[in-house]
Design a protein around this ligand. Structure first.
Ligand code: PBG
Length: 330
């Protein structure tokens, strides 16, 4: 025996000694099928690079199909759509949000025709359509009107279901919208359409680059009267319980990286599947550090996604979905 060696009952390094052993003891594994790929769409031909989100573009519907096909070939089975709406179609009543032949319904139809097995998820909220840039209707005094907004969200969700959406994802944070959308879908025969509720969505500065992508930043005020205070954790459990009771199929936490404790808490408090959204600001921080040569993009992306999955997210919305799926195969 080496004189310097001493006997220890436990040496944790034994389980880390070789790649083969590390593989045996690994607790968390990322798979492309856990990813949901957010895609921005626009009218007309040609794509537009998004200044605030390097590497992302607003896609024409032809490009959308191409991008979704490429992602699907890498094992990604779900996309979520975000529309860039022409400013001429935006108004305080956000009427365009429920247009049955609007941009989102036509995008859903194209995807369903060309990639029928891909799950198509849609965002349900008014902000891309509302000239005030809020997720709900705005009263003259600036108040966000809850119940009036919920009625419009139901019409919006129905227009997506009619076009063939598999899952509608209300991101608006109005009270009672999950139950109202469930009832509206069921009443119209869409009992098979799922609801992925943004249950714990925080009033986060990390959404900045996304609002640049859709020109959807609030014109006045902020979103703090409907999105959650970043300081609160117990309240996330109340949101989750309420959405579960109202019929949500999947609960989401958003943003993801700075809210891992919330993901873990929800994981312990519900048997529903949990989604987490690695949002635009999280994306941009990694992208810009990598572009400057300060971080290894591939390693940091996979580590960030592993952390989110380890905290308890069954599925992750991430702008890195396509790259990450490719890296997982290398
Ligand atoms: C809007 C919505 C937002 C995001 C998804 N849906 C922005 C917001 O609430 O202001 C943000 C996504 C991201 O930052 O990547 N209902």
């Amino acid at each position: 025996m080496n004189d310097a060696a001493f006997s220890l009952p436990h040496r944790l390094r034994r389980n880390r000694r070789t790649a083969a052993i590390r593989g045996l003891v690994r607790e968390t594994t990322l798979r492309a099928e856990q990813f949901i790929y957010p895609l921005f769409i626009k009218e007309g031909v040609g794509d537009e690079a998004i200044d605030s989100m390097p590497g992302c573009s607003r896609l024409s519907l032809d490009s959308l199909v191409r991008e979704a096909t490429a992602a699907h070939a890498l094992g990604i089975n779900a996309v979520v759509l975000f529309p860039a709406i022409d400013s001429l179609l935006k108004c305080p009543q956000a009427i365009e949000c429920a247009n049955p032949i609007g941009l989102v319904p036509r995008a859903i139809q194209r995807l369903k025709e060309e990639l029928p097995e891909l799950a198509v998820i849609t965002d349900v909220a008014l902000d891309p359509y509302n000239s005030d840039g809020h997720d709900g209707l705005v009263a003259p005094d600036g108040t966000i009107l809850n119940d009036e907004t919920v009625g419009l969200l139901c019409a919006q969700a129905l227009s997506h279901a009619e076009a063939g959406a598999d899952i509608v994802a209300p991101s608006d944070m109005m009270d009672g919208r999950v139950g109202a959308i469930r009832a509206a879908l069921d009443h119209e025969g869409f009992t098979h359409v799922s609801i992925l509720s943004y249950a714990a969505k925080y009033a986060s500065a990390y959404y900045g680059p996304f609002r640049g992508a859709l020109d959807s930043a609030p014109k006045a005020g902020d979103k703090k009267t409907y999105q959650m205070d970043p300081a609160n954790a117990r309240e996330a459990l109340r949101e989750a319980q309420m959405d579960e009771a109202e019929g949500a199929d999947i609960l989401m936490v958003k943003p993801a990286g700075p809210y891992l404790d919330i993901i873990a808490a929800l994981r312990g408090a519900t048997t529903l599947p949990i989604a987490a959204y690695q949002v635009s600001g999280e994306y941009l921080m990694i992208k810009s550090a990598a572009a400057a040569g300060w971080l290894d993009e591939k390693k940091v992306v996979l580590e960030s996604l592993t952390g989110i999955h380890r905290a308890g997210a069954d599925m992750i919305l991430t702008y890195f979905a396509r790259d990450a799926a490719r890296w997982l195969r290398e």
